[in-house]
Every structure is written in C-alpha cells, then in structure tokens.
Write a protein of this length. Structure first.
Length: 276
C-alpha cells in the first residue's frame, strides 16, 4: 500500500498584486527527507516556504500536510507538527538561551501559564541534543550566529515539531558554524526529522540533502536526487554561471570553471617543473 506523503503541493500558484511569483507548483515530500530548494534571488523559494508554513494563502491550488489541507489545520495543532527556523532572528531583550528554547513550549500553553518541570526537561534535552547545553545561561543576544541557529533548532525540538522549514539557514554564518549546522541537520534527519530548506550553496545540497528542487521564474525546472539534478548544465541554466560539479564517489563539490582552469594551469606548471 502506498503511503500518504508528509507534504503534498498540488497546482500551487501565488502572486503579489499583479505579479505572479509561483505558477502551478506540484511537489511531494516524504517524512524524513532533507529537501533543498535552489534558485536565484526572486525565484520564489521564500514564498514557497511561507506557503508551506501556511503564512500565505494560495491564489490557486493547495498544500496538504499529512493528507489534510493546510487551511483546515488548527494553528495550535499545526505548531506541534511544523517549525520555522528563520535565516535571521533578532531579539531585543537579552533572554537567556534556555528561555528562547522554552518559548517553543508556548503553543502547548493557555493564555496564563508558567513553564512546568516537564517543559524545563524538554528544553534542556533539546539543548543537549544540539551540543549547546553549555550556552543555556548565556544571553541569546551575545552568542554567535551559528549558536543562535542551533538555539532556534533546539526551540523547534522543544516545540515538539518534526518538520522543519529553514530559509537560507547557513547565510551569514562562518565556515565552521555552517558545517556544525549541516551536521546537526544530518543527525536529526537520521532520527526521522524532515527538513525543507532553501540555500544559495548547491554544494550544501550535495553534502546533506536527499533531493534538490530547482526553481526559476516561479516554476520548478528540476526535481530529483542531488547527483541527478545538480549538474553543470542545470546550474548554468539556473544561475547563468559556468560551474563544474566534481564527484569522485566520496567527495562532491561545485567549483567555478574559471577556478578549475587556474587549477589545471597550476598542475601543468608542476608537471613541467617535475620533468625539467
């Protein structure tokens, strides 16, 4: 028997005023998948994520989560299933990191509430799972960008959600924090968590994603396993940039062809020097 997909997008279209942003999007996402959305600025990636979250209403078509139209979900119930990890999150007040994670429990509370011992345990467990428990008493405003992203993922875990939407989560992070963030996404996906994320770094998709979805001018132009979709030809069409995709079975990377040419020139010089 065929299983119901976790997320199903059917004939989805959306526009702002007279401008159409997404046109007839069809997409299916299974539980436990890591799906990366690729596309140039203005292609519709962020808008699609907002539609998948239920923050925008489609002009046509529908989004189904666990077989039910997203518009028929109770917001409180949906908050227990889906979490959003934004690209940039600013906080005016210097809440402790633990307090930010505890905010993930708010959808489960009534208007007047206090955090229970169970809430505290869930928050501490989420911090520990993401290896940032040592930051619990630190001010959220004073930790690094990568540590903030891990804190927001911990908040989503404490929320109880198992489906995460992330809009360019690695943008603005230094290289080390990018790698730590990607590592946590891989670990959580192995535990059954689902990730839908946008990025401008196709190599990140090659490293951790199960599938890549390329969007250009509001339509899906490629959708499939990363090794099949992230090719030099597709990247040229998507970004109007000449890129070589290197894959030796263990290592996969996207390298501008100008750099590949410089590397080949350097290797040729080394060969000539070796035979001199």
């Amino acid at each position: 028997m065929e299983l119901t997909p976790l997320i199903q997008v059917a004939g989805l279209s959306f526009g702002y005023s007279a401008k159409t942003v997404l046109k007839d999007i069809d997409l299916t996402i299974a539980a436990g998948e890591v799906v990366t959305l690729l596309g140039p600025n203005g292609s519709g990636k962020s808008t699609l994520i907002k539609l998948l979250l239920g923050l925008l209403t489609p002009a046509r078509g529908a989004v189904f989560f666990k077989g039910r139209d997203l518009r028929r979900w109770n917001p409180r119930s949906l908050a227990g299933e889906i979490a959003y990890v934004p690209q940039v999150h600013t906080c005016t007040f210097p809440y402790k990191v633990r307090d930010v994670v505890l905010m993930g429990r708010i959808p489960h509370k009534t208007f007047f509430f206090h955090y229970s011992r169970s809430d505290q345990v869930l928050a501490d467990s989420a911090l520990d799972r993401l290896s940032v428990a040592h930051l619990a008493e630190c001010a959220y405003t004073e930790v690094s960008g990568g540590e903030r992203q891990l804190t927001l993922i911990a908040r989503a875990l404490a929320q109880g959600a198992k489906t995460f939407f992330m809009d360019e989560p690695a943008s603005g992070l230094d290289y080390g924090n990018q790698l730590r963030l990607l590592d946590q996404i891989v670990k959580l996906s192995r535990q059954g968590y689902t990730f839908v994320k946008s990025t401008h770094a196709p190599e990140h998709a090659l490293w951790i994603a199960d599938r890549a979805v390329m969007i250009k001018n509001g339509v899906i132009v490629a959708n499939g396993p990363c090794d099949d979709v992230i090719t030099a030809e597709n990247l040229q069409d998507l970004y109007n940039a000449k890129v070589s995709v290197l894959n030796n079975g263990r290592f996969r990377a996207c390298v501008p062809q100008t750099i590949c040419g410089c590397m080949e020139i350097a290797r040729e010089k080394e060969r000539k020097q070796a035979h001199a």
